[in-house]
Design a protein around this ligand. Structure first.
Ligand SMILES: [Zn+2]
Length: 502
């Protein structure tokens, strides 16, 4: 967890390991990049008072809802704040969709649905159908509600649509969270952001004399929000602590094109100490997520340093902070890049390696985005392996790890996931393993190193492939492009055009 003794130990360990494998400091003389952040810790009142025409009652914090704030104000209050159901909370001009059309939410709390109308309707012509767009992500919902001037934004949780159970929300939104230090910058924020469980949404609608059928209507084009006439009251004490966290950056300088860069990234952080699980374990180790890929970065640095001749382009190893709190370390890097973005050939991001047996396949997340997947495909075939597309495009994984911040600034970014076609055991076995991880260990204290089951054979195989892709990118003058239709292509084209003018 950033800001803790765990951070100090982790970043110093990484620095020592990068130095030991022969990688140089990646930020001038330093292996570190300061990331100014604020730790916002909240103490929410234990309950929320709900008043509606068909009933008044109290909701219980943690069990029924979780709330938080992005604001550093010492006290936050909802005092009979009006609740408005705003569909998916989406304003998407390219899909001709606006849930806020004709709606004045200033000073009100919006209740919105997770994911996007394409997912929920199953209509492949609506948004990207089952494939989640950025409009489906909770980060977007809170950003948009703030832009609309809402006082609060509560997302209705749904396990399928969110792709994780309510317990993940409870663990993530309890107590304290980090974000970039935005003092002096004009970044709009709601007072209260959070999630309610589905049974809670049902209660809120009942208080309005409505039913869950209303939620269903929101996926239809032309849906108009109806006033709920429900009012919420609760409060929160806030403590803001400003401090710096750190990205760790190392490099292997290129032999002939040292001012062109291939950046490997992996987040070093996890969740720290949190609510104990059923065994009483309260330490969120994050062994797979993401100690595994952080270790992978070190091994890649070792491999590139051992290459003879050395790679032509510079290889950068970026271990970013605060991914779990909102992709902040990579966001900060993308806004304050050490190496020019127009000279950054590609980002290869790793988040969770395969701790178990080798797989024949490797999964491309966000397939169809860039030419990097074609290079991956060719290299995989050389090893007798193959690439597949993600099995849960509705989960929006392309927007859920650090490469997304590179994509947002136009740098082509590759993100893969552990395959499921386990050698000698097949797909069914692999899918079972993946489901088991998602359901039982993801973001829980049990994401732990287990010497009995971890073979790391799969991780080694996948890292070899990541190495081969990086090696291809480091040799020669090829600049991989975003594909037609990618929402990031225009940004890259502009960035490269600007570079040429200089
Ligand atoms: Zn992760």
């Amino acid at each position: 967890m950033p800001f803790t003794e765990g951070e100090t130990k982790t970043i110093n360990y990484l620095k020592a390991q990068f130095a030991a494998v022969g990688a140089e400091p990646g930020n001038g003389d330093s292996y570190f990049q300061d990331v100014p952040m604020v730790n916002i810790s909240t103490k929410a009142a234990p309950t929320m008072q709900v008043q509606g025409p068909k009933g008044s009652f109290q909701l219980k914090g943690y069990d029924d809802y979780v709330i938080w704030t992005n604001k550093a104000d010492p006290a936050i209050t909802l005092d009979k704040a009006e609740l408005v159901f705003a569909g998916y909370g989406v304003v998407a001009p390219e899909y001709n969709w606006n849930d806020y059309a004709g709606l004045d939410v200033k000073g009100k709390v919006v209740l919105v649905l997770v994911n996007d109308p394409g997912y929920s309707s199953g209509d492949s012509t609506l948004f990207k159908g089952k494939t989640m767009t950025y409009y489906g992500r909770w980060t977007y919902k809170f950003e948009e509600a703030a832009r609309q001037g809402a006082k609060g934004c509560l997302i209705v949780h749904n396990t399928e649509a969110a792709s994780y159970p309510f317990s993940v929300v409870q663990n993530n939104w309890n107590g304290s969270r980090l974000q970039l230090d935005n003092r002096g910058k004009n970044v709009p924020n709601c007072d209260v952001i959070g999630w309610v469980s589905e049974p809670t949404a049902n209660k809120l609608l009942s208080a309005a004399g409505l039913s869950m059928a209303l939620l269903d209507k929101a996926k239809q084009r032309g849906f108009k929000s109806v006033p709920l006439n429900v009012y919420l009251s609760t409060s929160m004490q806030v403590k803001a602590t400003y401090d710096k966290s750190h990205n760790v950056i190392a490099k292997i300088p290129g032999s002939t094109r040292p001012d062109e860069y291939v950046i490997y990234s992996a987040h070093w952080d996890h969740l720290g100490v949190g609510k104990p699980d059923e065994t009483g374990d309260s330490i969120y180790n994050g062994a797979i997520d993401n100690a595994s890929a952080t270790a992978g970065l070190i091994e890649l640095a070792r491999a590139f340093n051992n290459m003879q001749p050395k790679p032509e382009r510079t290889i950068v190893f970026l271990a970013v902070t605060a991914e779990e709190q909102g992709l902040w370390g990579s966001a900060y890097y993308a806004l304050n890049p050490v190496y020019p973005l127009a000279k950054t050939v590609a980002n290869i991001n790793m988040d969770g390696l395969n701790a178990f047996d080798k797989t024949k396949d490797i999964i491309v997340v966000g397939s169809g985005q860039s030419e990097l997947e074609d290079i991956l495909n060719e290299e995989a075939r050389k090893n007798g392996r193959y690439i597949t597309v993600e099995t849960h495009p509705e989960a929006g994984y392309y927007y859920r790890s650090d490469h997304f911040n590179f994509a947002k600034v136009g740098v082509p970014a590759l993100y893969t996931e552990t395959g499921v076609d386990v050698e000698g055991k097949g797909k069914e076995y692999g899918e079972k393993l993946a489901d088991e991880y998602r359901e039982k260990h993801y973001h829980r204290p049990s994401d732990e190193y287990d010497p009995k089951t971890w073979t790391l054979a799969g991780a080694i195989e996948d890292l070899k492939l990541m190495f081969q892709v990086g090696k291809r990118l480091a040799a020669g003058d090829q600049l991989p492009q975003w594909k037609q239709g990618s929402e990031f292509k225009a940004i890259r084209d502009k960035s490269l055009a600007t570079k040429q003018q200089q």
